[in-house]
Structure formats: structure tokens, C-alpha cells
Design a protein around this ligand. Structure first.
Ligand SMILES: Nc1ncnc2c1ncn2[C@@H]1O[C@H](COP(=O)(O)OP(=O)(O)OP(=O)(O)O)[C@@H](O)[C@H]1O
Ligand SMILES: [Mg+2]
Length: 856
């Protein structure tokens, strides 16, 4: 839609005409009609076409491509049947992966649908919630503090509207927005009448008309509309490193095998196919699918605890979490705040103070806040009359000042002169007061500050939150309101609020401790009440640090001190973020739970950001986990489920890599001394396909309790040790089979291959049952799916070598005795592994437990 003037330079009525809209927004019909066009311009964050992309993705790994090319060449050179079989198996494996991943993805999408962000739009004159991707040009959105802007829009009404545009411009200082008409040449950062997609409202409120959506927005070029680049989770980092390691091992082994075969004067194309098939065998190509599947499975189980995983890989970090930082209000406390007292500076009830507080709480226009709501409720109940007082100006609450000021025209109160009413955190209000009102009249604040602090501490020790109230008569109403207006005030009283601790909070904190997770409370609230609540929760109230102490420490000192601290108080959003990064630097895997705008930076910095449905948009979008209810208990259950998921993923990785590693080694040795290839390419691929089927069932397998008793962390050394130890054991038995076949039985090429084929499948399946638990295999019951699939695969393997069916893979029919011999070797191998297992875990226990837990 091209116009003479850009939206920021168009007068409101012209804009409205252009978008066939008006002050009251679109009609629902018009909005629906505009939807297809809007969708077409959407930033493709959704999975449009992704089924195809996912399918193609299965076949685009370099090894698979090289294998396919080599196969085609071999087909051209003559053997079309062999080539066709290889291609069929590759295709089947790819399809298997595809089906798994697809299933995982769609169940994920369904869960995510329940926590989609929505915007408040005016349609047909009423306010309705509209999902972000259904907001269309012409819509008038209603925005409040904490909201994320869904699309670029021109402001049509504003009250102290301040936007945080740092995601777009990098500028962290909030930008003030108001309706106005600007010069067409105005730069992005100066467009003071526009709000941009992906930015969020810091404070104030307003309405704005959407002028551009999706790709047409300033943010559109960036991939996702909330596309702050997420840093990779610990798990993702681990997977990447592990993938690299495997690739290196594979390249070396495959190159060696290929060269050796050439030196031995084997056919080039056969040797190439053999080496490439080994490469396919060694790369656990089901890995992404299995991981995706077990994560999706995990997220479904976790969802039963009313916890939604937004970013699948966060599950692993969720299970690895060693410390959980939470805010106080609503998490540790009930969050149903009641005003318990309006007090003078000696702590005695003061009837007049409630009215002053109510002026501030009622006339403020910022974010609806539980404390303001409590004041309004109490004032209404007490029949306080505001006598038509009205606001002349406001300095909205912010998390650093921790004050909220309203300039009031109060005809009944202050003899016609405007009154500035400020309330906020006690120490923060002290900072702007010169005098205090006592029974003896006005006195300098310093005369009473110590005794007021005592009163506040006394209230805190009873678990009351306290706000201070201050006022100043203003000479004229014409003053420009800003933080600088908060000066020279008179402290007039205190408000105390009750917000009791949740009955089960202490036991849940203990539950986390039992699970190896240290809980830390981070609050913006004052020291006295914070330590009181900490005590009730069983957190050491002496292990406390205030915002000021955090400011005084540099990063290194902070990282050193943080692990011992359990309670942080008087913090700003920036402190919260530093605490999280400091704990991370100290080697912790940090979970952060919070729901306010002030929690967003910390949520983003944490390994596991946890928010709550209904939280401020910025908080929800910074989190990787969203709870449907703010309930620590279900978070604990969800975490246990996350650990189970992690354990299953690890099982798969450990088992397949050790089996594959062992096979590679023995194949390499076998191909050196045999006069023929130990297995044909198609046979290797078939073994791979068959053994991956039961391995896929690992995603749904049961997990031993003791494996979820402490944080589980990705540990490269453990994986490598595992791969080498159990790979070596498997090689030894491979070579034993090899020796028996060549020396005792004197098997020829196709008989050898058939026997080894059988032995390979049997060992890979048996080993699943041994390695899936750290204790004795018979103590831990596998899932039904695992048993079923394994039995099926074993039956297929026997059928292939005992009937002519196997000739399609060039397997000869084995005599029963030889098949029995292979079975015996596989059983002996399983037994040997069972014996080696406790020895391995005893030696590597420290690695398994090296999760860096320092329990409270
Ligand atoms: N609407 C308000 N008006 C005045 N002061 C406020 C208001 N809201 C909060 N404060 C003050 O600022 C302090 C910090 O509140 P804030 O919501 O920023 O903290 P928080 O870290 O979210 O705390 P919590 O852990 O309790 O959720 C409060 O304890 C209170 O003293
Ligand atoms: Mg909070």
C-alpha cells in the first residue's frame, strides 16, 4: 500500500481513510477479509511447507548424498538390483526419521498453540484478544505496560507511553510516544508517533493503528517477530560438539578403511560403497529424530503438570538445572495482596492516610498492580470519598526508582493547590523527602528516619510489605512532570500489606533441595520482609545480598560470592540479570522464574527461563518454559519429567554410539584380513535400519528413579568413555565371532556375511536391554514398546538368514547350528557387558554426578 506520505507523516483522519478504519478500529468482518492478504505477508515463523522441508532434510546429509551418488554410479556400472536395494533402504530410513520427527513436531505445535501471544484489538467497538498473526492493517490495538507490539502502528492516543525499543534500535533508554504528525524524512529512532513490532511497552498505555504487519514491519527482516537470537542451550552446545567428534572419528576410520581396501586391490566402487555404508552406520542418523521424539514425548508428559515447553531443547537444561531463582510475589506468596494498615510514622493507624494513598492508586494510569488494587479495594470498603479529584500528571512507576507519583487536583484536600502524591519502596521514598510529618508538625526527615526504619523493620519481621507515602503541595499545575519533580517531599505515612507465604512453598523448596536444586529468592522488595519470608521458606535469611551490595561487587567477586547467597532483595531488573549471569559464570545451570516486565532480562539470560500464562508479554516471550499456573510444586514435577527425558536421550546416544563404534573397529580389522568384504553395503544399511527401530522406542522407555535424583548434565567425557569401553567390549565379541567363523567353521563369503549379519543385529538389540539401566538389567522393567519392537526385529533377522528371503540382501541361508552359535555369542556378549557395567559406573561415578550441585 503506497501512499503520498509515510504513516508517521499522515494526519489521523487521512490514516484512518487509507486503512478504511477509524478511532474504534475495524469491524470484525473487515478484519477477517484482510486476513489472507496479511497472512501472505507474514514472516514465516510457522511451519508452512515444513513437512516438505523436513522430508527433504532427511536426505540432505553429506554422507547420505555421497552414498546415493556412489550407489547410482555402481548401478550404472552394472548391478542395478544392488543399487536399488541400497536406495530402498536409504529411503526407508529417511522415511522412518521423517515420520518420527513429524509426529514430534505436530504435538509440539498443539501445545504451543495454548500459550500464543495475543494483542488487544478494538473491533466493532469492543476490545477483543486477537492472536499476533491475525492482527491486520487498520486494526486499532490497545497497549499497556508489558505488552509486546504485534506490528508497526501509529499512536492515536497515549498516556505516558514509553517504549523499550532496544530489540529494534539497540537503544536501551525508553522512547516516549504520543500522537503527532512528523516530517516524512524522520528517522526510525525519532518516529515518536510510532510503535514497532517486537518492541515492548515499558510504562504507560495507549492506542495505536496498525499500518504494517509481518514482513512489511521494520522488524520484518529479522526471522521471527520476537526474534531476539536465543543463545544455544547447554544441550545444543553438547550435541554440536558431539556431532563434530563423531564426524572426525568417522572421517578418519572411513578413509583408512577405504585406502586399505584399495591397497588390497578390491574393486574401487565396492570399497567406496562399503566405507560409505559404514559411515552411514556410524553416524547415528536417527539421533535428531530420537532426540526430537523423546523431547516431544517429554514435553507431553510435562504438560500434564500444566507446564508448557516452548523450546524443546530447554527440557534438557530444565533437567540439568542446579539452581532455581524465583521472584517472591505470587510464587512464594499467595499473591493476593491485602492492605493491612495505613499508618503514621510511629506505626499507629492513620485514617487520613488511606485517602492520600487512594488518590495515588486510583488516579495512576500505568500497569494494574496488585498493591494499587489492594489500596483501591481498601479505600472503597472504608467508603473513602475522592471528591472528584483528578490527575494533572503522573510519573509512572519504574523498577529502578520504585516510586509512583501522581499530581492531583484535589479540590477537597489541599486548598485548591495541586498535590503531588508519591508512594514507593521505603528507602526510595526517603531519597526524595526533606521533611516528615509527625504529631508535633513538620520535622526534618533525618530526625525521625531511624525510628521510621525501626517501624518498617518491625512490620517486615511480621511478614508485612511496606510502602512509604510522601506528598508536596505544588505551586502550579503547569509543571512538566518527570522524575525530577520528585523532590523536596514530606514523608507522611506508611502502608503495610499482607501477602502470606503459600502453605506448601516451604515443602516444595525442600523438594527441590532433595532433587539437588538450590532455590534462591530474588525480589525487588525490602530487606526486612524478604528475610522474614526467606525464613518461612527454609532459606537461610542470613545468606542475603542487597541490590546495593551487588552494585558494589565486580563480576568476578560477584561470581565468587553468589553461590552462598539464598536471598536477594532490593533489586532492579539489571541486578536480577547480573545475578543470573553471575551464577552461570560460577558454573551453575540457572533456572529463573518470574512474570513481570522487571523479570524479562533475567529470564532471557537464564539457561531455563520460566514464566507463567498471563504474565507480561515480554516475560512470557523471554521464557522457554511457560506454566499454566504459578505453582512451584508442578514445576518440580515437570523438572523430574524433564530429567527422565534427558536420561532417555542419553541412553540412546550412549548405546548407539558404543555399538556403532565397536562395529566400525571390528569391520576395519575384518576388512584387513578377510579376502572379501565382511558385509556388503546393503547389509550394513539393513542392520542399521533394523537396530534403530527398537532404539527409537527408547524415547518412551521407563527410567530408573535414581537416575532422576540429581541434575543431569551433558557430559562429553562420560559419553566418550562409554563409547570406548562398551565399543571395545563389542569389538572383542565381534572378533571372536569372526575367528569362529573363519577358523572353526571355515565360512565362505556369503555364509560369513549372513552369520555376521545375524550376530550384529542380535548384539545391537540385546545390548539395549543391558545398557538401558545402570543397575542389574533384571531389576529395571523396560517399556512394552521396547520389548515389542525388539522381539519383532530379532524375528526379522532370523527370518532373513534362515529362509531364502535374505537372498535379496545376498544373504545365504544359514544352517540352524550356525545361527545358534551366533545367538550364543550374542548372549555371551550381553553377559559380559552386564558384568562390565557396574565396574564402569563405579569408575565413572564422579563423572555421572559431576553436575556441580552444591546443595544447601
Ligand atoms: N505500584 C507501585 N507503587 C509504588 N511502589 C511500588 C509499586 N509497585 C512496586 N513498588 C515498590 O517497588 C518494590 C519492588 O517491586 P517490584 O514489583 O519491582 O519487585 P519484584 O522484584 O517484582 O518483587 P516481587 O518479588 O515481590 O515480585 C516493591 O516492593 C514496592 O516497594
Ligand atoms: Mg515481581
Amino acid at each position: 500500500m503506497q501512499t503520498e506520505s509515510p504513516p508517521w507523516a499522515s494526519p489521523p483522519d487521512q490514516l484512518a481513510r487509507e486503512f478504511s478504519s477509524g478511532p474504534d478500529g475495524l469491524s470484525a468482518d473487515a478484519a477477517h477479509a484482510a486476513l489472507p492478504a496479511t497472512r501472505a505477508r507474514a514472516v514465516s515463523t510457522s511451519h508452512a511447507n515444513s513437512a516438505w522441508r523436513l522430508l527433504v532434510h532427511q536426505f540432505t546429509s553429506p554422507i547420505i548424498l555421497i552414498l546415493v551418488v556412489a550407489t547410482l554410479i555402481s548401478g550404472l556400472l552394472g548391478d542395478w538390483l544392488d543399487a536399488a536395494i541400497i536406495l530402498t533402504i536409504v529411503l526407508l530410513s529417511g522415511l522412518l526419521d521423517f515420520v518420527q520427527e513429524r509426529g514430534a513436531q505436530s504435538s509440539m505445535d498443539r501445545l504451543l498453540g495454548t500459550i500464543r501471544l495475543s494483542a488487544t484489538c478494538r473491533r466493532d467497538g469492543a476490545e477483543v484478544e486477537v492472536p499476533f498473526d491475525e492482527v491486520v492493517p487498520g486494526d486499532v490495538i490497545v497497549i499497556r505496560a508489558g505488552d509486546i507490539i504485534p506490528a508497526d502502528a501509529v499512536v492515536v492516543a497515549a498516556t505516558d507511553l514509553q517504549l523499550d525499543q532496544s530489540s529494534l534500535t539497540g537503544e536501551t533508554f525508553p522512547a516516549t510516544k504520543s500522537p503527532q504528525v512528523l516530517d516524512p524524512g524522520t528517522e526510525l529512532a525519532d518516529r515518536a508517533n510510532m510503535v514497532f513490532a517486537g518492541t515492548h511497552v515499558q510504562s504507560g498505555s495507549g492506542r495505536a493503528m496498525i499500518v504494517a504487519t509481518g514482513r512489511d514491519t521494520e522488524f520484518g527482516g529479522v526471522a521471527a517477530s520476537l526474534g531476539k537470537k536465543q543463545h544455544p542451550t547447554g544441550f545444543e552446545r553438547g550435541m554440536t560438539r558431539f556431532g563434530l567428534l563423531l564426524t572426525r572419528v568417522m572421517v578418519v576410520l572411513v578413509a583408512v578403511i577405504f585406502v586399505v581396501n584399495l591397497v588390497l586391490h578390491r574393486a574401487v566402487i565396492d570399497s567406496a560403497l562399503f566405507s560409505l555404508s559404514l559411515a552411514v552406520g556410524l553416524t547415528p542418523q536417527l539421533l535428531p529424530a530420537i532426540v526430537g521424539l523423546s523431547l516431544a514425548q517429554g514435553s507431553k508428559v510435562i504438560a500434564r503438570h500444566r507446564v508448557i515447553i516452548k523450546r524443546l531443547n530447554a527440557i534438557e537444561d530444565f533437567g540439568a538445572m542446579t539452581t532455581l531463582c524465583t521472584d517472591k510475589t505470587g510464587t512464594m506468596t499467595l499473591g493476593r495482596i491485602d492492605l493491612s494498615g495505613a499508618l503514621d510514622l510511629t506505626g499507629q493507624p492513620d485514617a487520613g492516610l488511606l485517602r492520600v494513598a487512594a488518590l495515588n492508586a486510583t488516579l495512576q494510569t500505568g500497569l494494574v498492580n496488585a498493591m494499587d488494587a489492594a489500596i483501591v479495594t481498601a479505600a472503597t470498603a472504608a467508603g473513602v470519598d475522592l471528591d472528584g479529584a483528578r490527575a494533572l500528571g503522573e510519573v509512572p512507576y519504574d523498577f529502578v526508582r520504585k516510586r509512583l507519583s501522581v499530581l492531583v487536583d484535589d479540590r477537597a484536600g489541599s486548598a485548591g493547590r495541586p498535590l503531588l502524591v508519591t508512594k514507593g519502596a521505603v528507602e526510595k521514598v526517603f531519597e526524595v523527602c526533606d521533611t516528615a510529618r509527625t504529631a508535633d508538625g513538620l520535622v526534618p526527615l533525618d530526625d525521625v528516619i531511624a525510628s521510621v526504619r525501626d517501624v518498617v523493620a518491625g512490620l517486615g519481621a511480621q511478614g508485612f510489605r511496606v510502602l512509604a507515602v510522601a506528598t508536596r503541595e505544588s505551586a502550579s499545575a503547569a509543571v512538566e512532570m518527570g522524575p525530577a519533580s520528585e523532590t523536596g517531599l514530606t514523608l507522611v505515612g506508611l502502608l503495610s500489606f499482607a501477602d502470606p507465604v503459600k502453605p506448601d512453598a516451604a515443602s516444595t523448596v525442600a523438594g527441590f533441595a532433595d532433587a539437588g536444586v538450590t532455590v534462591r529468592m530474588i525480589t525487588g522488595d525490602a530487606l526486612p520482609v524478604a528475610t522474614h519470608i526467606a525464613g518461612e521458606l527454609g532459606l537461610d535469611p542470613r545468606a542475603v545480598m542487597t541490590g546495593r551490595q551487588i552494585d558494589d561487587a565486580d563480576d568476578a567477586e560477584l561470581a565468587r560470592r553468589l553461590p552462598a547467597v539464598r536471598v536477594f532483595c532490593e533489586t532492579t531488573p539489571h541486578h536480577k540479570e547480573r545475578i543470573v549471569t553471575g551464577l552461570t559464570a560460577a558454573g551453575q545451570i540457572v533456572g529463573y522464574m518470574g512474570d513481570g516486565i522487571n523479570d524479562a532480562p533475567a529470564l532471557h539470560a537464564a539457561d531455563v527461563g520460566i514464566s507463567v500464562k498471563g504474565a507480561a508479554d515480554v516475560a512470557a516471550s523471554s521464557a522457554s518454559i511457560v506454566m499454566l499456573e504459578k505453582d512451584l510444586r508442578s514445576l518440580l514435577d515437570g523438572m523430574r519429567a524433564g530429567r527422565r527425558t534427558f536420561a532417555n536421550t542419553m541412553k540412546y546416544i550412549q548405546m548407539t554410539t558404543s555399538a556403532n563404534f565397536g562395529n566400525m573397529i571390528s569391520m576395519a580389522i575384518a576388512s584387513l584380513v578377510l579376502p572379501f568384504l565382511p558385509l556388503l553395503a546393503a547389509q550394513i544399511l539393513a542392520i542399521n535400519l533394523l537396530s534403530d527401530l527398537p532404539a527409537a522406542a527408547i524415547a518412551t522407555d521407563r527410567v530408573d528413579d535414581r537416575q532422576v535424583a540429581s541434575p543431569q548434565r551433558w557430559d562429553m567425557r562420560l559419553i566418550v568413555n562409554y563409547m570406548v569401553v562398551f565399543g571395545a567390549i563389542s569389538s572383542i565379541f565381534d572378533l571372536a565371532a569372526f575367528a569362529v567363523l573363519r577358523l572353526a567353521v571355515g565360512a565362505g563369503e556369503s555364509e560369513f556375511q549372513a552369520a555376521w549379519f545375524l550376530a550384529s543385529v542380535l548384539t545391537e538389540v540385546f545390548i539395549l536391554f543391558i545398557l538401558r539401566t545402570r543397575g542389574p538389567a533384571w531389576h529395571s522393567r523396560p517399556s512394552g514398546m521396547l520389548i515389542g519392537l525388539s522381539a519383532g526385529v530379532v524375528a526379522v533377522a532370523f527370518a532373513l538368514v534362515l529362509t531364502p528371503a535374505g537372498t535379496i540382501l545376498r544373504l545365504s541361508v544359514l544352517p540352524l547350528s550356525l545361527a545358534a552359535l551366533m545367538l550364543a555369542i550374542a548372549v555371551a556378549y550381553a553377559a559380559a557387558t552386564e558384568i562390565a557395567k557396574p565396574l564402569f559406573w563405579r569408575r565413572n561415578e564422579h563423572l555421572a554426578r559431576r553436575a556441580g550441585v552444591e546443595s544447601a
